[in-house]
Design a protein around this ligand. Sequence first.
Ligand code: SF4
Length: 209
Amino acid sequence: MIPSSSLLRLHETIRSCKSCGLHATRTQAVPGVGPCPADLMIVGEAPGFNEDRQGEPFVGAAGKLLDTLLARIGLSRADVYITNVLKCRPPMNRDPMPNEAEACSPYLSQQLDLIKPKAVLILGRHALERLMPGQGSISRIHGSLIKRGDVAYIPLYHPAAALHNGSLVADLERDFDQVKRYLDQLLAPPPPPVPVAASKQESEQLRLL
Ligand code: SF4
């Protein structure tokens, strides 16, 4: 599906943004990629080395793991909209600074408004802190579903964390299996209408026959 013109305009705005100091060290901004609207949206932390070079989120080793996890539940990146809390790479992949996340947050809010996801996968503690402040640590709530309005948020470990700590891969696989179960429920078509009893008039006509 081709992204909507509103989303393309937002991407252009992000590409020329200079609202925080990261614009000075980036190769290019990385707005996001995927269909609009989309049932599922994925939000990570920030672009890394490869993303900064290629202008697309999750294209390095962590992205390959994400692709594998999506395939595990029958999805590909063409099915989901993928972005990060920060649209520009912090130097040496350092943690996002609060002022940077604050400056960039309107873009994520606008993306959520345009994409209109039914479910959002929150990858890692920085994205969790931005989208669900005070909700608890990622190690405690990963794999759980938190409903906010019409949107279901599901915190997960960041794939990059699993690349550094192999024991988290099994957690991610289990959590993605759980994501599949959540999505099956969230995206299930509404049940067919229950047949209504014959109207009173029809009942009367039947009685007179
Ligand atoms: S990180 Fe966000 S706020 Fe900072 S320059 Fe990039 S797009 Fe603008």
